[in-house]
Design a protein around this ligand. Structure first.
Ligand code: AGP
Length: 604
């Protein structure tokens, strides 16, 4: 995905665009650009690289411009070069467009536009939008944008400026998010609220198909057929501190430390007897005989943990499926199927499409998301929210443990329907109440984990082993390490190691073993033995650090508090996040914006 911003008002636009883009950089960061209108001319500044490179380039540039748009890109069509960086302009260099999304019919549109004399300069799908608006431009920018977007297939959020009309930014969306905001100095548009926090007083989320006419003195919203939409802007509620590092070196470390609070906030209202947010679950779970949890990446790992917990409690088949696979498999889905789509962003296109695919077959979809008002939340038949706050580090941390906590609660909540499992509900809710405090306890192991990172940061490969619901935590530990440190890592079910991966083990291979009293303790001890017999180095995370058998076998021990089985997975996730973080820092990688990644993947 990409980040977009636009401004028109009484202040110099370039600093506003650059500041907004640096806050949006987690959405994509391989190239960047802005277009501003100064003295009736459109000026374009683009770089392959990061926002700070562009800021450096523009440091000495004096500009009186008060209207402009900007973009930070995660490449889909065409490599991250200057030519492919947004904004894209029409043939006259008069209209500039920034775009987040994918234009599915761009080849047909491009062929038609080329045939009628347009010249393209980039490999992107987005450039067609600029030429299409040019085709429809008869002096009214909003009318031209409206006519152009009617011809687009696919997902888009766009912001457009024209040198012919420096009084407005026109924005439109379908599928990709877009927010407009007002302040006393002018009007703003952006793909995500962090870009304008602290600048605007009120915001309005555009709905699919809407077009916003953003001017210095106000914002009007229209449908694609030109009718005016009456919707009052809402006061902005996000705390500006949420988008600052707050004394931490990286957002990832800040967000790891925020986990006790993120989980506490997620559970707070849902642990009250009323559980108002869960009334939506009642509505869609009557008569279900099968559950699929669909998700990608870290959210998929949260789903896998839930699969272990839910299948035990619900007594019906529960499967967790990678969203991009679910859509193309012929899995049994009907009106008795519940699909739980798990996502931090609520924008991941694979998950969104999987949810729509399930709905088309009659299934009921419950979204478990962090971003309120996201596409997935709006698509689903019901939504429940993790309340982890904005997560800016590209590697998910606090949203993962918040997902684990909420999935645990939702699972037991659904299970109690029809069957009297009140005791279980009480047991799990009591455990969940303790979780924030126990997460804080695990965080106290930070300095030990840091020492381990110092010892192992040069390793070429890592193996993570766990059993039961600690197997998905092993997968997540490996994913975190890969994402931020670029070390090859694999997560494996400990019992499966002897069927192949054991061949990898030698004295250079650190093996992280997740050992816990609830999950086949003795068998995992035997797995540790197997690693030691092949000279592997074993790091054991365990709730029985004093056990002589562990002390004999482990090279390093990280202690985990004793806890109810339902919350054990979340506790084990934390040291693995810290290990990935400190190894990455030691290796000097870009922790918050690892290479090639974007926070949310809005392409298939
Ligand atoms: C996690 O560290 C990754 N950035 C990635 O795997 C992520 O979890 C995945 O893309 C799903 O995103 P979502 O939760 O926003 O749907």
């Amino acid at each position: 995905m990409c980040g977009i911003i636009g401004y028109v008002g009484s202040k110099p636009v370039i600093p506003i665009l650059l500041a907004g883009l640096s806050r949006l950089e987690y959405r994509g960061y391989d190239s960047v650009g802005i277009a501003v209108i100064a003295g009736g001319e459109l000026q374009l500044f683009r770089r392959a690289g990061k926002v700070e490179d562009l800021a450096h380039q523009l440091a000495a540039h004096e500009s009186s411009a008060q209207v402009g748009i900007g973009h930070t890109r995660w490449a889909t069509h065409g490599p991250p070069t200057v030519e492919n960086a947004h904004p894209h302009v029409d043939c006259r260099g008069k209209i500039a467009v920034v775009h987040n999304g994918i234009i599915e019919n761009y080849r047909d549109l491009k062929a038609r536009l080329v045939a009628s004399g347009h010249t393209f300069k980039s490999d992107t799908d987005s450039e067609v939008i600029a030429h299409l608006i040019e085709e429809h431009d008869h002096g009214d920018l909003r009318a031209a944008v409206t006519a152009a977007v009617r011809e687009l297939a696919g997902a888009f959020a766009i912001a457009v400026v024209s040198a012919g009309d420096p009084t407005r930014v026109v924005a439109a969306r379908r599928g990709s998010p877009l927010v407009v905001g007002t302040s006393s100095d002018g009007g703003y548009v952006c793909s995500d609220i962090p870009a304008i926090i602290g600048r605007v007083e009120k915001v309005m989320f555009l709905a699919d198909g809407e077009i916003a006419d953003v001017r210095r003195d106000g914002i009007d919203v229209f449908t694609q057929s030109g009718e005016k939409v009456e919707r009052a802007p809402q006061p902005i509620t996000v705390d500006p501190l949420a988008i600052q590092k707050g004394g931490y070196k990286h957002f990832m470390l800040k967000e790891i430390h925020e986990q006790p609070r993120a989980v506490g906030e997620t559970l707070r209202e849902k642990l009250l007897p009323a559980r108002t947010e869960f009334s939506a679950i009642d509505r869609i779970t009557a008569g279900i005989d099968r559950v699929y949890l669909v998700a990608c990446g870290t959210a998929y790992h949260a789903g896998l943990v839930a699969e272990y917990q839910w299948e035990e409690r619900l007594g019906i088949p529960v499967h967790t499926v990678i969203a991009s696979e679910f859509r193309y498999r012929k899995m049994p889905v009907d009106s008795h199927t519940l699909v739980v789509a798990v996502s931090q962003s609520g924008e991941t296109v694979d998950t969104l499409m999987a949810a729509r695919h399930a709905q088309a077959q009659g299934a009921r979809v419950l979204a478990l998301v962090n971003t309120v008002n996201s596409a997935l939340a709006r698509t689903a038949d019901a939504a429940v929210y993790t309340r982890a706050g904005i997560e800016i580090g590209v590697a998910a941390t606090k949203t993962f443990t918040a997902q684990l906590a909420l999935l645990s609660l939702v699972g037991i909540y659904i299970a109690r329907r029809g069957v009297p499992v009140v005791d279980q509900l009480d047991c799990v809710t009591s455990a969940l109440r303790l979780l924030p405090g126990q997460l804080a306890e695990v965080l106290a192991a930070e300095s030990e984990v840091r020492r381990l990172a110092e010892r192992f940061y040069t390793a070429r490969d890592f193996l993570f082993l766990g059993r039961g619901p600690l197997y998905p935590i092993a997968l997540e530990g490996a994913l975190k390490l890969k994402e931020v440190s670029y070390i090859h890592a694999e997560g494996y079910p400990a019992g499966e190691m002897k069927h192949g991966p054991i061949a990898l083990i030698d004295e250079r291979m650190p093996v992280v073993v997740l050992l816990n009293s609830h999950f086949m303790y003795d068998k995992v001890l035997s797995n540790i033995e197997e690693v030691k017999a092949r000279n592997g180095t074993v790091i054991v995370l365990t709730d029985r650090p004093a056990d002589a058998a562990v002390q004999e076998r482990a090279d390093h021990i990280i202690s985990i508090p004793t806890a109810d089985a339902s919350i054990v997975p979340a506790l084990y996730a934390v040291p693995l996040q810290l290990l990935a973080y400190y190894i990455a820092v030691r290796r000097g990688t870009d922790v918050d914006q690892p290479r090639n990644l974007a926070k949310t993947v809005t392409v298939e």
